[in-house]
Design a protein around this ligand. Sequence first.
Ligand SMILES: *Cc1c(COP(=O)(O)O)cnc(C)c1O
Ligand code: SF4
Length: 392
Amino acid sequence: MIREVTETAVAQARVNIGKMLKTREELEAYDVTTEHWQNALQRRYRTHEDMKGILNNVEEVDMSIYEHFDMRVTPYLAQLMDRDDPNCPIRRQYMPFNEELNVRPYEVTDSLAEDDHMAARSTVVHRYPNRVLFLVTTNCATYCRYCTRKRFVSHGARAVNKSQLEAGFKYLRENKSIQDCLLSGGDPLILNDKQLEDIIHRIHEEAPHITFLRIGSRLPVQLPTRITDEFCAMIERYNVQMINVHANHPKELTPLFASRIKNLRKTGAMIGNQGVLLKGVNDDVGVLRDLCMGLVSSGIRPYYFYTCDIAEGNHSYQLQLDRACQLYAGLRGWISGPAVPTFVVDGTGGLGKMPIIPHYVRERANGEVWGKNFEGKCHRMINLEDQTLEGN
Ligand SMILES: *Cc1c(COP(=O)(O)O)cnc(C)c1O
Ligand code: SF4
């Protein structure tokens, strides 16, 4: 009898492998920790239609939207989405909406001019003196509607091919001034361990002048089970020094996420967060404080918060720079120093990252130095010259 039940259960599980969870009941019964992360990927939702059985008030968009940018949503993220509220911060990041087709004249496909800085025939972006961005895939576990690189992310026709990777390795090999290589994409962790290890191994072997290797990935947030023991062992074996995740809202900091990050920290890698300031998602001091304190409590250092790049269709996520300054002022001094990220704008046309910092200390034309503290109190400060005078 027991044997029979077990066999039925096994057969049932096999039938269900990779099946999309189309009803609320199926989604709620699903436990992502019971299957391999690659099986969880098979269950991703691919259109808004797929989600109508599990979410209410899904925005009606034309299927042609997916010619511009695909949709994928992991069942794990679907569980985090509010069932009724289309403005839920998780839904806002991942569900397609009509306004994104209303492209503004100033919005461009490659706002960071990455294609212009690409080393010949490769996907290595070389903008800064000693470091490069190596785009190793164009796929992600879930596509963020505001993605900077939607010109090629999710587009099968622009997938990174073997010859581009080879050209990338060659560039790294030959340019000995490169000390820092940042694996990005798409999402490098969408590759399986073997594929990723091949890339890391080759960088180690062929470009020993690269002494700082980092990986940027959103998979820990979108599918935390990607962080397996085998993956952590590989990161430790190759001494990958930094992994940056991408969380934008405290709702993303689940117990499962925290526990997998804890395993990742044991590898010795620094763990940072690179978020994006998004209107309607996290443009709120309270939300950002909770997010940043939540990150440090999991051992993640908030590294950067970017303003949303002006890729096509992104305007509904964009904030005024003044607002970004206000938000920053609501963090500095109000929450723990290590929880305060640097706010940056990545300049249009390939200018690079520029910090957005409200003025706290200013020298006036008459040489006086004035400081403004986190509560807005202003004082003239004693400067070096004053001290010398006093000493006399
Ligand atoms: C962001 C970025 C880097 C890394 O910049 P850091 O400030 O060192 O984190 C490197 N190359 C490119 C092209 C980038 O966009
Ligand atoms: S995970 Fe990164 S690369 Fe992928 S869609 Fe989101 S922002 Fe773009």
